[in-house]
Design a protein around this ligand. Structure first.
Ligand SMILES: *[C@@H]1O[C@H](CO)[C@@H](O)[C@H](O)[C@H]1NC(C)=O
Length: 346
């Protein structure tokens, strides 16, 4: 996979000429890099849809939306026809799998499901149609590294926003505690990515009053800092423990319309993290054998720490796979959307 990527690298270099043919070639090159990975991930989904947690299913659902967007953008361009057929094939497989996975999800985690099923509704996820740049002057002078991510509180704020917390409450509800948590400056890690996700959900839900009058401002700040963190991760050689967040940042800020996250070199590195056999993302496949087996008790305590994570015995992770496919789908959509088919440049 990686070798293939290197061979195609010249095609990914910034385009010097905006000729139609070059644009098609660029799209074909990116499609040829990403589609094999997505096909493999779809095979993983076919075998394991019963075991995915909500984050995993959401990731595949976002991918589904992105692939439909890609098909629309590619249209009838002859050079893209073979790739379009492959994308159509993935879409056809994914849709019933997502439906079936959702049924299992409802049975296994009904409480969590009830609060977040909104994010699995058709029409919830909208793709960006214009792109923003990162504003580097918004990067915090200092990150608060002591910061502790309360998943419970964050989930509760998201549910209030989605209108699924309690019967009879309007969506877009913001409490003082939530406002403070979701706009607090200096946060890093998962707190930061969930601050962005909060405003992203608000955008998808159509919340535009009160706090959300400043949505663009906050999203600019959060993604500028998520970019700073991703660049840091790159600088230190992509340590394994940072990869989940690295891909999550690309998924969330990408869907929010920040095109700087779609760096070709980041695409290439993510592709190398896929487990070649299973098609999933999870533990590094080269040293998996050395990792200690997680016992039942440990699994119990891990669940308390990070409910969103669901690891499988073969090293696949539901969360990582979902985040990875949505990030990869974003790269594909961005390349389809960002290098528009210019009818006449000369
Ligand atoms: C970048 O952010 C700074 C600080 O908020 C602001 O003053 C400036 O106008 C922003 N620049 C752009 C191009 O948006």
């Amino acid at each position: 996979m990686y070798l293939l990527g290197l061979r195609l690298l010249p095609l990914l270099l910034p385009l010097l000429s905006l000729q139609q043919q070059d644009l098609s070639e660029n799209k074909v090159a990116i499609g040829r890099m990403i589609l094999p990975a997505l096909e493999k991930a779809t095979s993983f989904m076919e075998k394991r849809f019963r075991e995915l947690n909500l984050d995993g299913v959401v990731g595949f659902w976002v991918l589904e939306v992105q692939l439909k967007g890609v098909l629309e953008k590619w249209g009838q361009e002859p050079a893209l026809k073979p790739l379009s057929l492959r994308v159509e094939n993935i879409v056809k497989k994914l849709l019933p799998l997502i439906t079936r996975a959702t049924i299992y999800l409802k049975l296994s985690d009904s409480m969590y499901f009830k609060e977040f099923q909104e994010t699995l509704q058709p029409g919830f996820w909208n793709l960006p149609h214009s792109w923003s740049q990162i504003n580097t002057s918004m990067i915090y002078s200092k990150f608060d590294n002591s910061d502790f991510f309360s998943e419970e509180l964050s989930d509760s704020c998201m549910a209030l926003l989605l209108g699924t917390k309690k019967e009879g409450l309007q969506p877009c509800t913001v409490t003082d505690v939530c406002r403070e948590l979701m706009t607090k400056p200096g946060c890093t890690g998962y707190t930061l990515s969930h601050q962005l996700l909060y405003f992203l959900f608000a955008k998808m839900k159509g919340c535009s009053d009160g706090l959300f009058l400043q949505s663009k401002y906050y999203m600019d700040i959060f993604c500028a800092n998520m970019m700073a963190l991703n660049l840091k991760t790159e600088e230190v050689g992509y340590p394994f423990l940072d990869r989940d967040l690295f891909m999550e940042n690309i998924m969330f800020c990408g869907i929010s319309g920040y095109s700087d996250f779609y760096k070709p070199r980041w695409l290439q590195i993510i592709l190398t993290w896929q487990q070649p056999k299973e098609g999933c993302f999870g533990k590094p496949y080269d040293n998996r054998k050395q990792l200690p087996r997680v016992g039942k008790d440990q699994q119990q305590s891990l669940r308390r720490v990070k409910r969103r994570e669901k690891g499988f015995s073969d090293g696949c992770s539901s969360h990582k796979t979902g985040v990875a496919v949505a990030a990869l789908g974003g790269f594909l959509y961005h390349s389809a959307e960002h290098s528009p088919t210019i009818t006449k440049a000369r």
